[in-house]
Design a protein around this ligand. Sequence first.
Ligand code: AKG
Ligand code: FE2
Length: 347
Amino acid sequence: MSKLVLSHQEISDIQSLLKDIISRYNSVENPDFIKESCLYAQELPWRIREFINDFRLTEDNLGTCIISGYPIDDSKIGLTPSHWKWKADALHTLEEQILLVLYGSLLGEVFGWSTQQDGYIVHDIFPIKSHEDEQLGSGSAQTLWWHNEDAFHPYRADYVIFLCLRNPDEIATTIGNLNVEELNQEQIQVLFEPYFYIRPDESHLEKNESEIRRQSRENNEGHLINLAYEKINKMNSSSGDKISVLFGSPQSPYLRLDPYFMDQLKDNKEAQIAFHTLVRAIDANIEPIVLQPGDYCLIDNYRVVHGRNPFKANYDGKDRWLKRVNITKDLRKSRDSRATSTSRIIL
Ligand SMILES: O=C(O)CCC(=O)C(=O)O
Ligand SMILES: [Fe+2]
């Protein structure tokens, strides 16, 4: 996997750019900042822009890369929060989050989901006690099975970036890609057909909305969000469009799958066997990557799947803590699900 390690000069150039941005913005969620982020990103050092540009435009890499070396001050970022709903760290991790959005803006447009983490654009990933055994980024005791991010949704991200703030027990993110030679021609053909269905993962379900926002919806302030949850509930009852799990070039297919949220195809044995072969082929290629504080890990969500090994959370403010952002190459394709042309939130 390719890795760019920042030089002292680059770190210092980034820090002065971040200082400039912070003098104008105190939240990454500010729509004006989000709009300007692609302008600011052009002021990042050339080597970083070149590295991200190569990752974006060529597919001869393995679908993941890391930009490492940004210094994280463990005491400045504060304790790992116990829940994302308060955004208690918003100011303590502002510079790290801004850099996450800037890197994202070199890949495309950052966006969020109204049904995930209360519609925030920058997400938190740390263990939450009540989610311990859940299939969620905020789970811990169970393996987070590998998946394409938001695979169930046609407007899912082209790229995801994880920023590691803290990972004291060196818990691995898992990354997997497909060696297409492990499939035969007939299987590839079947996997390119719309025989498959992916239910929304747990992170989009109404039960994982915070009570803060539920309250505002109950006060009738969230009509559009109510409709968004209706859509999710419908998709969760397996009544949406069937999809193919491979697409693009048969010689080097793109992936769209989340096996944990996919049911057996009882009425199509051939597709079921091909799907199993695909899952086994990816399983054989899963690699652990232990992110270190200051690592920004760029993931091509069309070309690789990712997950996380299980671990023991302590809920003592020192647990593993990542930030995540979703990026699309094409905002317009989701226009029917965004309230305005400039909104970055998919309803
Ligand atoms: O914790 C990780 O390393 C990955 C988390 C993840 O894949 C997710 O939250 O979607
Ligand atoms: Fe994920």
